[in-house]
Design a protein. Structure first.
Length: 472
């Protein structure tokens, strides 16, 4: 066969294949380094650019254990909640959850009036429940000269409407009186836990510039009066104004523990919920089942992958060996992406990975079967390789494209209806299909072209090494 017709010879093709091989080798090395258990991340300092990246495989609730909650809008029967209010509530809940330091939490809307919260590895479920369901409506109330007991419920101008609609049967302090709200949580710029000079825990707050000016004016004009600090209608403390406070900074005391001070600071920092929430359902998910499932899934994956590699080697011989290298490359890149993005691994996510592994093998089988057909029709080995990849590409593209579209639909379904497990499956399957296309078309093809360029004559004389029982 003339050199010009040889798909695997020629300086241009050879240089391109060697460049691709170098890229593949670098990719494998980087992926293997990221997959190594001791790799936790990297720091890259390029002058003014500093990049810090944590590389860690995140485990979902079903693998790691934790708390799962369903928060529902707590409104009277027949009253509807606007989509904007629920969207704002979701953002506030997300901010509060992030303040807890939970790794890879899940917060998403479900239906028109509910929020699903998943907190993997949470150490204090009660604190999390209390933090998320509390409205967090802070008010500074003009109590005049009235000393209001700590913990008492009062009516305020800021919460009168909400209190009237709640229909609470709790006993209020001076139930016929409505205290005037002078400042609210919306006036705060920051809040953080701290300790007083006596060592007691408190919450230090800072007002926004405009509110700080009003606060300074109010405190200077009302020295000797009581400015009660109220959270969700309940009095935290009733401090007396001793002098003007011009700096816009104050502290909230109330016999807090450290966790209570942190929780209150988070509520104040990220604002009050626009709609009250109640815990409709909560459950602790133990990690034992997840760990057992992971162990079995890993074992099944290793056994399945080994059987696939063995089948490819026995049935396709040398091309099967090259496909096995591509399949290992596929697994390394997949795991590296899961750690780098990161993708939270769940049991359905593992299922998506295993399914995409089968699709990666299927692409190689399509290619090799097309090559066998070309050889049966009398083509030379090199021409059969080129035609095999070209003819298989259409089938691979169409089948994988339909799978990718399905993944997008599943991801939308999981995001819209709170089916997080479906979303995890869609993400891992989507990534797996993309990577399988790359390894089948780029990695396998590059290896096959280079091997046949250097050992083509030896293989032409030993067609059994190709796993292709054809004559000629």
């Amino acid at each position: 066969m003339p050199a010009s017709n040889n798909c695997c010879s020629g300086g241009l093709v050879q240089r391109r294949d060697w460049r691709l091989l170098a890229f593949i080798v670098v990719l494998i090395i980087v992926a293997a380094w990221m997959d190594w258990p001791s790799t936790q991340g990297f720091n890259l300092d390029l002058g003014p650019i500093h990049i810090h990246r944590v590389i860690k495989l995140q485990q979902g609730l079903d693998l790691r254990g934790g708390l799962e909650m369903l928060l529902v809008a707590d409104v009277p029967a027949g009253q509807t909640v606007s989509a904007d209010s629920m969207a704002a509530a979701k953002v506030i809940v997300e901010n509060r959850v992030n303040g807890l330091g939970v790794t890879e939490p899940l917060v998403q809307l479900q239906g028109q009036n509910a929020i699903v919260v998943e907190l993997p590895g949470i150490s204090d479920p009660e604190q999390a429940i209390s933090l998320l369901k509390t409205t967090g409506s802070l008010e500074f109330v003009d109590a005049g000269t009235t000393v209001i007991p700590q913990g008492a419920l009062i009516h305020t101008t800021g919460t009168a409407k909400q209190q009237a609609s709640s229909g609470s049967s709790e006993q209020y302090f001076e139930p016929d009186k409505v205290f005037e709200t002078k400042f609210s949580g919306a006036d705060l710029a920051n809040a953080a836990p701290g300790r007083s000079q006596t060592g007691a825990y408190e919450v230090n707050i800072e007002f926004k510039p405009e509110a700080a000016t009003r606060f300074a004016t109010y405190t200077s004009q009302n020295v000797g009066k009581i400015l009660a600090i109220v959270l969700d209608g309940r009095v935290l403390s009733s401090p007396r104004i001793e002098n003007a406070i011009p700096e816009g900074r104050a502290s909230i005391t109330g016999n807090f523990t450290l966790e209570e001070a942190r929780s209150l600071a988070l509520q104040l920092k990220y604002g009050a919920l626009p709609v009250p929430l109640k815990v409709e359902e909560s459950r602790n998910v133990g990690p034992t089942l997840g760990q057992d499932s992971v162990r079995k899934s890993v074992t099944a994956g290793i056994v399945g992958l080994s059987m696939i590699l063995l089948f490819m080697l026995v049935y396709y011989r040398v091309p099967g060996l090259l496909a096995s290298i591509a399949l290992v490359t596929y697994a390394l890149i997949n795991l590296a992406l899961y750690k780098f993005i990161p993708v939270t691994m769940t049991l359905p996510g593992i299922t998506g990975f295993l399914l995409s592994t089968g699709m990666a093998v299927d692409a190689n089988i399509l290619i090799f079967e097309r090559m066998k057909e070309e050889l049966r029709w009398g083509r030379g080995v090199e021409a059969a390789i080129d035609a095999g990849f070209h003819r298989a590409w259409t089938s691979i593209r169409d089948s994988n494209l339909s799978t990718l579209i399905t993944c997008v639909i599943l991801y939308w379904f999981g995001s819209s209806f709170g089916a997080s497990q479906v979303r995890g499956f869609a993400i891992t399957l989507f990534l797996g299909v993309l990577i399988s296309m790359f390894t089948a078309i780029v990695v396998t093809r590059t290896l096959v072209r280079l091997v046949f360029h250097y050992w083509g004559q030896w293989l032409r004389a030993r067609r059994w090494a190709l796993g292709m029982n054809v004559g000629g």
